[in-house]
Design a protein around this ligand. Structure first.
Ligand code: ZN
Length: 313
């Protein structure tokens, strides 16, 4: 088989069957599945004992652009995937926010030009990374930082790096990456399907900002936009992409649970009583029941504290 035919067969295989590349790292195993979203554009899902963050890889003529380079734990299967999908270097990396499950992999590709909002770099540099609780190595810190929207041309695409309208959302350094021609939006940790999100109140996030930015996604992008969640489904479920309609429904569901918690708070119910209730109304029990995400109790505690702080302010 010629090299070209070989490559085509390989790519067809990649499209047909998710590659599952196992890795062993400190006793923990991570695997990676892929889904082709467009020509040379892949959504990668790592599946490891500490979460399953998404990476998006876009192949250009001379290298890859990555969105969120994933956990260090996923480095080996990520590199194996890139080899199988073209064996080119990683040229650019954009990161949706500073949390370690989305940024640890910056250290795997220190030669890539990494792009991030100013505030996100500050968070990365000062060690407030969720996993590992250490700063990212200096050589891997973002190279190109900005405090406004930036548009990049790569692999024949127009790629918008967009700051959300409310800078205090999931964290205070969030970035949205939108591939205009493909209508693919990398939304980081804003969309969790039927699970509760984390709002990182300790690192500049806010509940109001989170909801405002979710609403902005719904209003700002075309209805047929494919929204890549920062964490997808778990195996054996298929990798899922959200529609704008699903993001709208998600925002409304979260708002319903927040309204209920607000009502209880205003009735004078204290946090401990509320968080430990075992007769919560739907959708709280269902959304909190899934593994490896926020429980209803943690969601209640997070929302209650945010609302109480708002009331106090
Ligand atoms: Zn996060």
């Amino acid at each position: 088989m010629s090299l070209k035919v070989h490559r085509i067969v390989l790519l067809l295989l990649l499209v047909a069957l998710p590659v599952s590349v196992p890795a062993e790292d400190g006793g923990m195993k991570a695997t990676l599945d892929s889904l082709e979203l467009g020509d040379g554009l892949f959504l990668l899902r790592s599946d490891s004992p500490i979460g399953n963050p998404s990476t998006v890889a876009l192949r250009g003529d001379d290298g890859f652009l990555l969105v969120d380079p994933n956990l260090l734990l996923a480095a080996q299967p990520l590199k194996a995937f890139l080899r199988s999908a073209g064996d080119l270097p990683v040229r650019y990396i954009a990161t949706t926010h500073f949390h370690g499950d989305h940024t640890e992999g910056l250290e795997v590709f220190p030669d890539a030009v990494s792009l991030a909002p100013v505030r996100q770099r500050e968070r990365l540099a000062t060690g407030q990374v969720v996993l590992g609780e250490r700063p990212i190595e200096a050589a891997a810190l973002p190279d190109l930082v900005f405090d406004q929207d930036v548009t990049l041309r790569f692999a024949g695409r127009t790629i918008d790096l967009l700051l959300p309208p409310n800078r205090s959302g999931h964290t205070d350094g969030d970035l949205f990456i939108y591939l205009r021609e493909d209508r693919v939006l990398c939304a980081g940790d804003y969309v969790f399907f039927d699970k509760f999100p984390i709002v990182d109140l300790q690192n500049g996030g806010s509940l109001d900002g989170f909801l405002e930015n979710l609403r902005w996604i719904v209003d700002r992008f075309p209805p047929d936009t494919r929204v890549v969640p920062g964490h997808g489904t778990f195996k054996p479920a298929e990798i899922r992409i959200a529609t704008i309609a699903e993001v709208r429904a998600y925002a409304e569901t979260l708002e319903r649970t927040i309204d209920w918690i607000r009502g209880e708070l205003e009735r004078g119910v204290d946090l401990e009583t509320l968080a430990t209730r075992d007769d919560l109304p739907e959708p709280l029990p269902t959304m909190g029941a899934r593994p490896r995400y926020l429980s209803a109790e943690r969601w209640i505690r997070q929302v209650y504290r945010a609302l109480a702080a708002e009331n106090a302010g």
